[in-house]
Design a protein around this ligand. Structure first.
Ligand SMILES: [Zn+2]
Ligand SMILES: [Zn+2]
Length: 417
């Protein structure tokens, strides 16, 4: 089995790998978010199949360009297909808005979707008798999968994964098969997460306290997973407030409810959704910022979307708090807000004078969980991808200390295993 690391080498973004045995498989085809022209070049690759671990653009953003010349079967879990199509449509809209060209068009997306084969978790797909693959729940977002490829050797690709259960997902478990090669994400290599229970409590206390003081709470959240996780947390912990949901998170919530078997407790989400107002009009939005309540809105890093409009309105009224719910990349508005810098609104920058807190509701494995997972899988070789240089190298060091043959490959590297 030959493995080529096309991207996600000592960086987060552009996840793409080529697995060659009897069948040539492209595993993920992502783009580097925030650098839209940074995409892998697939023009020289003649693959037989494409397997997508999950919908996020750092894994899927370049996939349609694979379908320009050579349509091949595209495998993904059932919910990944509507989610990823939503993200591609959004990318196309943003590209038009920013007058940038994507390396694919709607026709390529349609070709991909025509060749898409949805599969559930825990069901083997056989290319030939000797080459099979299977999806396993990754506990990361709706439909996110670990991918087990078996030929003469067995390779497990974790994709993005989270072993710890969340409100939405039961948590990733390693497959029972013997694994020769583990390709693992390393986003939080060498780093730990805060205790989830305490984090939830601290978040809900802050929300309740603000609402009790007649304030509006703005919760910028990623559309897939984070927004719905927040709704479930507020519902499960009995927060007494009006809930509002806005942006792409609304469509994603509908998709999520279409696939109840892919979430841990669909009734919790249904109950939370029942009491949540989905914002549709300008009038509704204007009214919401004048009342105490919790507004969950995209984008999660405040780079556009209704979250940015709410931030502007709340800053004007000076009666709100902002609770960020995840990682804020340097250069994003969320990062600027946290660091007291000016926020970029449409066409101008301004200082925001509102209380801001950040809560690390991560959907990735922590450093200790990454090591524990590798120990549970017990492979002969580990390749650490999807982590910036320091995180990937920290995981390599931790794994070597446990006796593993581990490395953080560089872009373009091919290994035979
Ligand atoms: Zn992801
Ligand atoms: Zn990712």
């Amino acid at each position: 089995m030959k493995l080529t690391f096309i991207g996600a080498c000592q960086e987060v973004g552009k996840s793409a790998f080529l697995v060659e045995s009897d069948v040539k498989i492209v595993l993920d085809a992502g783009m580097k978010i925030r650098e839209e022209d940074s995409m892998p070049d697939f023009s020289k690759i003649r693959a037989d199949a494409f397997i997508l671990s999950h919908a996020h653009l750092d894994h899927s953003g370049a996939a349609p360009s694979l379908y320009k010349h050579h349509p091949i079967p595209a495998f993904a879990t059932f919910p990944t297909l509507p989610l990823v199509n939503l993200l591609w449509e959004d990318s196309e809209k943003i590209a038009i808005l920013n007058k940038k060209a994507l390396p694919y068009n709607r026709k390529d997306v349609k070709t991909l979707l025509k060749h898409a084969i949805p599969l559930p978790y825990n069901a083997q797909y056989a290319f030939y008798e000797d080459t099979r693959f299977e999806f396993f729940d990754a506990g990361h977002i709706l439909g996110a999968a670990q991918v087990l490829i078996q030929n003469k050797k067995t390779l497990l690709y974790t994709g993005d994964f989270k072993p710890e259960p969340t409100r939405l997902h039961a948590g990733a478990k390693p497959p029972k098969s013997d694994v020769d090669v583990l390709v693992t994400e390393s986003t939080y290599g060498g780093a730990d997460h805060p205790d989830r229970n305490e984090l939830e409590k601290r978040f809900c206390d802050q929300v309740q306290d603000a609402v009790d003081h007649n304030q509006t709470v703005l919760v910028p959240a990623f559309a897939i997973g984070r927004a719905q996780e927040i709704l479930c947390i507020l519902q499960a912990r009995g927060v007494q407030a009006d809930f509002y949901l806005d942006g792409m998170a609304k469509t994603v919530t509908d998709i999520m409810l279409d696939f109840p078997s892919y979430i841990k407790n669909p009734n919790l989400l249904r109950d939370a959704v029942k009491r949540t107002r989905f914002m549709e009009s300008h009038t509704q939005r204007q009214a919401a910022v004048k009342k105490p309540g919790v507004i969950i809105a995209t984008a999660g890093m405040l780079d556009g979307g209704p979250a940015l409009s709410y931030l502007k309105a709340l800053n004007h009224r000076q009666n709100g708090v902002v609770l960020l719910t995840g990682y804020q990349a340097p250069g994003s508005n969320g990062y600027a807000l946290l660091n007291g810098q000016k926020v970029r609104f449409n066409g101008y920058s301004d200082k925001v004078n509102l209380p801001v807190s950040q809560f690390e509701f991560s959907a990735h494995a922590s450093g200790p969980e990454l090591v524990a997972y590798a120990k549970a899988v017990n492979p002969k070789h580990v390749f650490c991808v999807h982590g910036d240089e320091s995180a990937a190298k920290a995981l390599v060091a931790d794994l070597k200390a446990e006796g593993f043959d581990a490395s953080a490959p560089t872009e373009g590297k091919t290994v035979t295993v």
